[in-house]
Every structure is written in structure tokens, then in C-alpha cells.
Design a protein. Structure first.
Length: 602
């Protein structure tokens, strides 16, 4: 303990002989909290404690003598000291009091001490009953400076009593704690923010001691893990993790590194289920550098893991689809370089997908075809409009031709800007060959359809004319465009009313799969001539359903005329034979008797 200052000894002696009754020991105890003066300040010439009249005394107490003793000790300390009389008027103070309050002698002398405090603070001081207690230590309050502003202070008050024990005044020791209060305020604000963050954080936060036992946690920890206080307090933190996961955490050497950020692991919940989490660990050390615990931040990433697993699955599914789809799929950048192709696309160029990445169509196709494709890519990049189902012929570097149907669309980056193109193409070379065969077949059919001398009309099941051949048009003197699309009823100039009805009945039956043939009808030409036709119908069927009907007519006009002539000649021959006076008989080529007239038997 420091040696008791001489002034305290003097005060005690004065108290002992009855000159001054006060709690001098408290002054010494209070003085232990004073700041040590600088070496320079100890040698400064101090003014004595200010007093208006040095010969004036308080209740005949020789304060001047005591004040001289106090001056050496207190004048150079960075702490304010005031002395008030029994009526609470300020009669003495030190230099630091003036500096602290920014007041001079004219502001302080005989000023009622209550004026130095806000009203509410003075009431708080009054409530301490200091005159009854005799002393009050370290009371925090506020004082008013000369400019009206307030400052936070800590005051200690001691009552001074005369020979008869009456209060003759008091000493106030005033310590500026403005900076301390500011620090405390910041600390409280920080502590409040910390607690707010700690308790309202959407991540679990745990604090362990040096033995790795859980000693503190936030509310979210309990919610996340489904555990309560009894389940967590002083529980070894390793018990929250499966053994293999704890081993993985241990391998990070967190105590040596001091921290570990974003380590993905699994944690055991109260229902024994495992939860995917992201943990960040920081080692806590005391002022000596010794480890006193660890703080852990645990973030639930189970939903993210599910999404990642789904994305991985979808990515693998897409990769599988890309690799197994028969159509060519490719992605290009703005310079028409391939950034990804599927197996089908690479196969067309007899290379692997990796061999195409970074290259362009110029590396695989004839120059003219590659330039055309490049121009299409640039149009898409510029306009943002796709090219849908474009049919084009391309020739590779081995002079092999391919017909393809291609769709190209713009490709966008994460910001929505066009970053390249995507294309899906299908090799339709075999389809083109089939189309050519069909076209050739259709041409042959058309040649035959138009070249036949038969009368042909192609009709759908509803009686709508789909096609007619040249023979039909020439007989009727019709134009094909005026006939196709019309119904059979519109051909009333070509058929008589009764024949037209017969044709319509045939078509109706044919629509239900009934095939009729060998019925005769007349056909009226554009010149008004009548021709005799022998009609039949052919059914065009698909999966048992009638899709079309071909009405076929064969000109039997000459045959009918020949038959009629033959009948006429036979009739003439019969009349001649029967009226002849000679006997007449007819034998066919087989020697059979076919006719004998009556006179042959006379």
C-alpha cells in the first residue's frame, strides 16, 4: 500500500484534537483513484485554492491552513475538487475544476452547488441523504458546463464537520467519465447489437469452452437441432457429429490454424436424423494467447444440398439426353466457335465431341457451306430472332453431302445478354432420298394417270373432287382448276340427271367400303355428243379406312356401236334367210349347226 499522504495525516490530527470532525480516511481512499500527475506538473507553481477572502473562515475552522496542505497533493491531479459551505455555496475549487467546467472564479465563487447539476440529477444526489450518511462514493451523474452542455461525471462527497459535530461544508471529488461513458455506451450498443444478431441470426451459433464442451448457444441452435438446454449445456461438441464427420473436422487442425471457414459436414439432430450443414469455426484466446474456447457458426444447407443433388441429377440427365439423342445439338460462342457438342454432332464429322470444342464449321465443312452457316449465326446474334426448320445441303471435307433440317436460336448469359447460338439439326438425307423416290413415283403415277385413255376422277369419301386426268378434261372440255375442289353434283353438264344420281349412290356405298364395277353410263361431251362408258370404282384405303375413291370409266362407245351394228346385220341376215326360197343353214368354225331356215326342210 502506498504511504499515506502528509495532508491526510494532518486531517487526522485535526480531527483528533477536535479542530475538524470529518471522515478523513475516506479522502485517502478516494485519493487512491486519482490519476498520477506527470513529472512536469509536479514542479509547476500552483495557485492556492481560490477563495474570495482568505481571512474568512467557516465556523472558526482554520481552513486556510488545511487548504495549503491540500494544494500540493490535489492541484496537479486531473480531477476536480470543490469545497462548499454549510449553505452549499461553492467557496473553493482547484484548477482542474475550472478546466473541467470551463468556468472561472466569477462563475464559481459562492455559486450554489445545485446550479452545477441538471434538476433531475440534483434530486438524485439529494436522495442519497449524504448529510446523514456523511459520505457517498462514486455516484454517477451529470454536470452543467458554462456553455450549458452537460458532461458525465463520477462524484464522491464527504461532509465536513466542526468541533461540535455540526456540518460546516462538504468536499466534492469530481471525475470526468465522459469518455468512459462513451466507451460504455458503445460497448452497450455493441453488446446489444451482438445479442440481437446472436439471438436473431438465421444460423446456429455455439460457444464451447477449452474442453470443447458447449457452454452457450443461440435460439436458432435449439430450433435447428431440435434440442433443449438440458441436451446442450456442457455436452461435448463432438457428440453432435457422426464419428467420421468429426474425424474430418479434426483433420482441419482448427486449433493450429485459428479458424476454418465453410466446411461442409453433417450434424446429428434431436430425432437422430442427419442434417447437411456448413460450419465455420474460430478459436477464442485470452489475453495471454491461451485457447479458452471456440465459436462455431452452423448453417443449414440441407435445402441447398437437395437442390444441388437435383441439379446434378438434371445435369446428368441432360448430358445423357444430349449424348443419346440422334439429332445433332451444339452450342457456339459469338465467334461461331463450338463450346459444346453432343455425340451425334461429332459423329457426323467423324471426330469426338472434345475435338470440336474451340473450332468452327470451317474446320469440318466446305468453305461455301461454312460461310453460309456463319452468316446465319451472325444474323441471330444481331437480331435475336431464331431460324426455324431450315432445310439445307452441306458438304463435308470428304465431299460427302448431307441434307439437314436445322433450327438455330440465340443463347443468353446470366445477365440476359446474347452470348452465342444453339443449334439442333437432323440429318434428313434418307428422307430426301425417300422424297425423291416418292416424287419419281408420283411423276410416274401422274404420267400414267394422265396418259390413260380411261376417264378418271379421284374423289374423297364426302364426294369432293381431288383430282382428274387429262382424258376426263378433254372429253368434257373442262379446265382442271375449275373442277378440283368441286363436288360430283357440279358435273351436271357432263352426266345426265339419272346417271349423276347413279354415280353419287356408287360413291356413297364406296365410302363404306363397297366396291362396285361394270355399270354403264353416258357421258356428254362439250360438243353435245354422247359417249358410252363402262364405270367401276377403286378404293384408296389406310388401316381399313377409306381415304379416297377413284371413279374409272372406259369408253365403250365403239364397242356398243359395233355390237349394235352386229345385231342389225344379224337381224338383216335372219330376215333374208327366212324369206329365201332356198334352204339356208349356218355352221360355226367347229362344224356345229347354228342356223337352219324353214325352206331347208322342204
Amino acid at each position: 500500500m502506498k504511504e499515506i499522504p502528509k495532508i491526510i495525516k494532518e486531517l487526522r490530527e485535526a480531527e483528533r484534537i477536535g479542530k475538524l470532525k470529518s471522515l478523513s480516511t475516506s479522502l485517502y481512499e478516494e485519493s487512491q483513484t486519482f490519476e498520477e500527475p506527470s513529472e512536469a506538473s509536479m514542479y509547476q507553481t500552483s495557485e492556492t485554492i481560490k477563495k474570495k477572502d482568505k481571512n474568512e473562515s467557516i465556523e472558526n475552522v482554520d481552513l486556510t491552513n488545511i487548504e495549503e496542505k491540500y494544494n500540493v497533493i490535489f492541484e496537479n491531479y486531473a480531477i476536480a475538487i470543490t469545497l462548499v459551505d454549510k449553505d452549499e455555496h461553492i467557496v473553493s475549487w482547484n484548477k482542474y475544476a475550472e478546466k473541467l467546467l470551463n468556468m472561472g472564479e466569477e462563475d464559481l465563487f459562492m455559486k450554489h452547488v445545485s446550479e452545477l447539476y441538471p434538476a433531475c440529477e440534483w434530486e438524485k444526489i439529494r436522495a442519497q441523504n449524504i448529510r446523514q450518511k456523511g459520505i457517498e462514493y462514486k455516484l454517477e451523474t451529470q454536470m452543467i458546463k458554462k456553455d450549458g452542455s452537460t458532461l458525465d461525471v463520477e462524484i464522491s462527497l464527504s461532509i465536513l464537520k466542526g468541533r461540535e459535530g455540526k456540518c460546516v461544508g462538504s468536499i466534492g471529488i469530481i471525475k470526468d467519465i465522459t469518455e468512459l461513458k462513451t466507451i460504455e455506451k458503445k460497448y452497450l450498443e455493441a453488446d446489444t447489437k451482438y445479442k440481437t444478431i446472436f439471438e436473431n441470426s438465421a444460423v446456429a451459433i455455439t460457444l464451447t469452452d477449452e474442453y470443447e464442451r458447449i457452454v452457450s448457444w443461440n435460439n436458432y441452435t435449439e430450433n435447428l437441432l431440435g434440442l433443449k438446454k438440458d441436451d446442450l449445456y456442457l455436452k461435448p461438441v463432438k457428440s453432435l457429429y457422426p464419428s467420421e464427420e468429426w474425424k474430418k473436422i479434426r483433420e482441419q487442425n482448427v486449433r493450429q490454424k485459428g479458424m476454418q471457414h465453410h466446411l461442409e459436414t453433417k450434424i446429428i439432430c434431436g430425432d437422430k436424423n442427419l442434417l447437411d450443414v456448413d460450419i465455420s469455426l474460430s478459436v477464442l484466446r485470452n489475453h495471454e494467447g491461451n485457447i479458452v474456447g471456440t465459436i462455431g457458426v452452423v448453417k443449414d444447407i440441407s435445402e441447398r444440398k437437395k437442390i444441388e443433388e437435383k441439379l446434378i441429377y438434371e445435369h446428368d440427365l441432360l448430358e445423357s439426353l444430349l449424348d443419346n439423342i440422334p439429332d445433332s445439338i451444339y452450342f457456339k460462342d459469338k465467334d461461331s466457335r463450338f463450346v459444346k457438342v453432343n455425340k451425334a454432332k461429332a459423329k457426323h464429322s467423324n471426330v469426338s465431341p472434345d475435338d470440336m470444342v474451340g473450332k468452327t464449321d470451317f474446320d469440318f465443312l466446305k468453305k461455301n457451306d461454312a460461310e453460309r452457316i456463319h452468316l446465319d449465326d451472325q444474323k441471330i446474334l444481331k437480331s435475336g430472332k431464331p431460324i426455324i426448320n431450315k432445310i439445307e445441303k452441306i458438304t463435308d471435307l470428304k465431299n460427302v453431302e448431307h441434307w439437314i433440317s436445322v433450327t438455330k436460336i440465340p443463347r443468353y448469359d446470366a445477365e440476359g445478354n446474347i452470348s452465342g447460338t444453339m443449334g439442333i439439326s437432323r440429318d434428313i438425307s434418307n428422307l430426301k432420298k425417300a422424297e425423291e423416290r416418292i416424287l419419281n413415283s408420283e411423276k410416274k403415277f401422274r404420267d400414267i394417270f394422265d396418259a390413260t385413255s380411261d376417264f378418271l376422277i379421284y374423289i374423297d369419301p364426302q364426294g369432293k373432287i381431288l383430282d382428274v386426268n387429262t382424258t376426263m378434261l378433254s372429253i368434257g372440255g373442262l379446265v382442271k382448276s375449275n373442277v378440283v375442289g368441286k363436288s360430283l353434283n357440279d358435273l351436271k353438264d357432263l352426266f345426265s340427271k339419272s346417271d349423276l344420281k347413279k354415280h353419287i349412290d356408287v360413291i356413297r356405298k364406296a365410302a363404306h367400303g363397297v366396291k362396285l364395277s361394270d355399270y354403264e353410263c353416258d357421258l356428254i361431251s362439250s360438243t353435245g355428243d354422247r359417249f358410252r362408258f363402262l364405270f367401276s370404282n377403286d378404293l384408296i384405303e389406310e388401316k381399313g379406312e377409306v381415304k379416297g375413291i377413284i371413279l374409272r370409266g372406259r369408253d365403250v362407245t365403239q364397242r356398243q356401236r359395233a355390237w349394235n351394228e352386229l345385231v342389225r346385220l344379224e337381224e338383216k341376215y335372219r330376215v333374208l334367210a327366212e324369206t329365201s326360197a332356198d334352204g339356208v343353214l349356218t355352221i360355226d368354225s367347229l362344224g356345229r349347226l347354228t342356223y337352219v331356215n324353214p325352206c331347208y326342210f322342204i
